[in-house]
Design a protein around this ligand. Structure first.
Ligand code: NAD
Length: 480
């Protein structure tokens, strides 16, 4: 098929670099190849890092207007090509077409947002305590940034890292997840064709332990922004410290609680749980995988949610009748089904789903456990699939304790009509994102994103907060 098959190459110093070809398959139709990509090796990764190193001073010195124009053009192209890119994303990752459209639009808006962020104040002026001294804090770029991304948001996550990195005058080597190289390859084409000088943005596709490792161990890389699993994140941290003590930022997993109090509007509670737990096939770091429900509403909530979950239509992401697409890979599907067995063995009850969907493709029926306890593995470990569990509690105090009894701390939600309960939850929930009467998933691009505990290390991503990772404060004293 090579030759006629759509394919994506690595981008190094403005040149498209080929390599051994690998195929990516459609998770809804495993026999269908979506595209091929050229596998980068260590030498390609090294060349990309060297190119980024050479290009960085020139890029940082470009007038702000030039950087703005390029970022704005990347954003505009993503928005103009929304439909085509959304179909590709849906076929490659399995996200519903409507969700994929939303993701492409988010990526486009993110580039436009950071183009305009360049006109915001970039430093601070302080009063000096000494006479005839001017004190200011300026910002300079971090330098060469390695960006390592997961498969679940193939365009949005690279966008919310690459855009602020470029805006702040850094150069980039992007290493996307192997499962979503077509989306990354298209993004690279758009970035390259929007006028970025050679070496400013580079793409290397391949295994984490080969090309990813090169980004971690190279002392020519000044910082690494990583999103992915907690185990990989810990390795990234160790390697960054061991190799030049480079700056790193980690966004990792979650085991996010959604608390439902007795006074909740039942319809709102079911809607929040359904969206937060199962949309995007549960493959979101902010998914509500623990539903912590007060005793009096428990049975009504479980009955209504189980009915709604059983009615979800699992199918091809390109079919507008589908509510849920496939699981991203056979390995992830096997892992999800394994957790269903583990949950049953631990004593939880499956009230909806629990099995592989019979259609061809990596489909799984959305699965709801009841009778779960917060000590069970299904309540402690991130499953990253359409699986959620209901834990019964007696009151708000217990709900807050159970919600916070986790290694993670990305997002936490509450459904209640009590203003004081909502305020207490916002104050006491141990998470980086707190929602009230909304799903735990769903964020906005101009607000900070990130967690606590095992979910995060380093400065927040997105919005103006991204500056804290992608630039270095320099305190300047000038005597006059
Ligand atoms: P993963 O940790 O397996 O891989 C993430 C990236 O790291 C991939 O590009 C991978 O190739 C790379 N990698 C793997 N080994 C490496 C190594 N030795 N050196 C350098 N890079 C290496 O994660 P995944 O399966 O792609 O994504 C799912 C995970 O991502 C889940 O845990 C999810 O919660 C998390 N996630 C978190 C957020 C967030 O913002 N908090 C967002 C989305 C996904």
């Amino acid at each position: 098929m090579t030759g006629t098959m759509p394919h994506h190459l690595n981008l190094v110093d403005g040149e498209w670099v080929d390599g051994e070809r690998r195929a990516n398959h459609n998770p809804a139709r495993p026999g269908e190849v979506v595209s091929e990509y050229a596998l980068a090796d260590r030498n390609t990764a090294r060349a990309a890092i060297e190119a980024a190193r050479r290009a960085q001073p020139g890029w940082a010195r470009q007038p702000v207007a030039a950087r703005m124009e390029i970022l704005d053009r990347i954003g505009a192209t993503l928005l103009r090509r929304t439909e085509e890119l959304a179909v590709l994303l849906a076929r490659e990752e399995g996200k519903l077409l409507a969700e994929a459209r939303g993701e492409v639009v988010r990526a486009g808006q993110t580039f436009r947002y950071y183009a305009h962020q360049l006109l915001q104040p970039q430093g601070e002026v302080y009063s000096s305590t000494r006479p005839n001294v001017h004190a200011e804090v300026r910002r300079r770029p971090l330098g060469v940034v390695g960006i390592i991304t997961p498969w679940n948001y193939p365009l949005a996550i690279p966008a919310w890292k690459v855009a602020p990195a470029l805006a702040h005058g850094n150069t980039v080597v992007l290493k996307p997840a192997e499962l979503v190289t077509a989306s990354a390859g298209e993004l690279a084409r758009i970035v390259a064709e929007s006028g970025t000088p050679p070496g400013v943005f580079n793409l290397v596709m391949g295994a984490g332990r080969v090309v990813g490792e090169e980004l971690l161990t190279s002392t020519a890389v000044d910082g690494v922004s990583f999103t992915g699993g907690t185990g990989t994140g810990a390795h990234v941290a160790r390697q960054c410290i061991a190799h030049g003590n480079k700056r790193f930022q980690l966004e990792m997993g979650g085991k996010n609680p959604l608390v439902v109090l007795d006074d909740a509007d039942l319809e709102v509670a079911v809607r929040c749980a359904l969206d937060g737990s199962f949309f995007s096939t549960g493959q979101r770091c902010t998914a509500s995988s623990r539903l912590i429900v007060q005793a009096n509403i428990h049975d009504r909530f479980v009955a209504a949610l189980a009915t709604a979950v059983s009615a979800l239509r699992v199918g091809d992401p390109l079919d507008p009748r589908s509510d849920l697409g496939p699981v991203v890979s056979p390995e992830q599907l096997a892992q999800n089904l394994d957790y269903v067995r583990i949950g049953r063995d631990e004593g939880a009850t499956v009230v909806a789903g629990g099995e592989h969907h019979p259609d061809e493709g990596q489909f799984m029926r959305p699965t709801l456990f009841t009778d779960a306890r917060n000590t069970m593995r299904v309540a402690r470990e991130e499953i990253f699939g359409p699986v959620s569990c209901v834990i019964r509690v007696n009151d708000l105090d217990e709900a807050i304790d159970v919600a916070g009894d986790t290694d993670f701390g990305l997002s936490a939600g509450i459904v209640t009509t009590s203003l004081s309960a909502a305020e207490r939850f916002k104050r006491d929930a141990s998470a980086g994102i707190v929602t009230v009467n909304l799903p735990t998933a769903g964020t906005e691009l101009h607000l900070p994103f990130g967690g606590t505990g095992a979910s995060n290390h380093g400065p927040r991503e997105q919005g103006g907060y991204a500056r804290d990772f992608y630039s270095v404060p320099v305190t300047c004293y000038t005597g006059w």
